[in-house]
Design a protein around this ligand. Structure first.
Ligand SMILES: [Zn+2]
Length: 83
């Protein structure tokens, strides 16, 4: 087996950084999704949503974010209205 030197060109790193800047979420709906994905290093599955455990959408603390299927999420909020 021969060792293959890993060559990473610097311009690509710069490109990634630029992309990240562009991708930086604005203070919109997707912000907490980006936070969740960033912390757990995992893509939120299609059809899943991020639920705010304390129902406060301004509280984007990771302890308050929970990824759940969309249908279950809907039920959570319907149940909360009953309470
Ligand atoms: Zn929710």
């Amino acid at each position: 087996m021969s060792k293959q030197p890993k060559k990473q060109s610097k311009p690509s790193i710069n490109k990634i950084k630029k992309k990240e800047n562009k991708k930086k979420p604005s203070f919109g709906v997707q912000r907490y999704r980006a936070i969740w994905e960033h912390i757990y290093k995992y893509k939120i599955p299609i059809g899943w949503q991020i639920h705010h455990i304390d129902y406060n959408h301004k509280n984007n603390s990771i302890d308050n974010l929970c990824a759940i299927p969309a249908n279950l999420h809907k039920k959570f909020h319907e149940y909360q209205k009953i309470l």
